[in-house]
Design a protein around this ligand. Sequence first.
Ligand SMILES: O=C(O)CCC(=O)C(=O)O
Length: 272
Amino acid sequence: MSFFKLEDLRYDELAPDGDDLQRFYRGELNGLVIRGVFDPAELEPIAERLDDNTPGFEKTLFPEEFKAGFFGLAVDMSEGDLKRYAESAARFRQNCRTLFEGASDFERRTFEMLGKLSGGRPVEVPEFDDGGTYTPATIRWLPPGGYIRTHCGNECMTRPGYSHLNRLIDNTDQLSYFLTIRPADTGGELVVYSLTFDEVEPSQFSYGHTDVEPSIENYDSVTIKPDAGDVILFDGGRYLHRVSPVGGARTRWTIGGFVGFSQGGERNYVWN
Ligand SMILES: O=C(O)CCC(=O)C(=O)O
């Protein structure tokens, strides 16, 4: 039996009051591929707009070796400058509405989906005291040759950018969610390892980031490659994971971030 409990279902099969987010926290489920959340035909024009960055998103680069980056600013990479982060989040959300014009709205559809998975709890973007908000997502940009090194979500909680968020969220875990806008022609798979964050040794950190690359292939893994329109929701907080090098001629585009419970568990937060 695999270490990773992965389920696969269609968006139109989701019950209105499922409790899958709780199942993740109880360890009954580790990954869920939700097929057909968006129509692939409405996503290809969006991928083309991203290729040209017509909405004018700001870019953040991953470390140079990844040959990749993302559109928007992620809070864990904000160096604790939450004012700059909130301003960037507002611009990202506006650009994202422009990006999805003519298709289903990204935030509306994603929150609808998460609402169905969260047993009727409210699903919200965290807010700052002055009314500014987090962004629910950023957009991963992996051109041919690009990849994302092995990492996990819960390491983000140790960074200065989480100083406000750590007072709102249940810090036991955070889940990752990604909508595939355009998959890689070849490669670009999500590889999830059996190694979990609590098993990473202090010597396996470099500048506050997990650095497990030399030994990671000793662990069991599962490989997942969702199609355009599918959402992968998985316990990327606990499980170390990476994106394998993108092959072919086209850029792989995904949009997403993190989902977690509020302290007390009465609501779910979505952020990146
Ligand atoms: O784009 C993906 O499929 C996953 C990206 C990822 O793991 C991350 O950005 O943390």
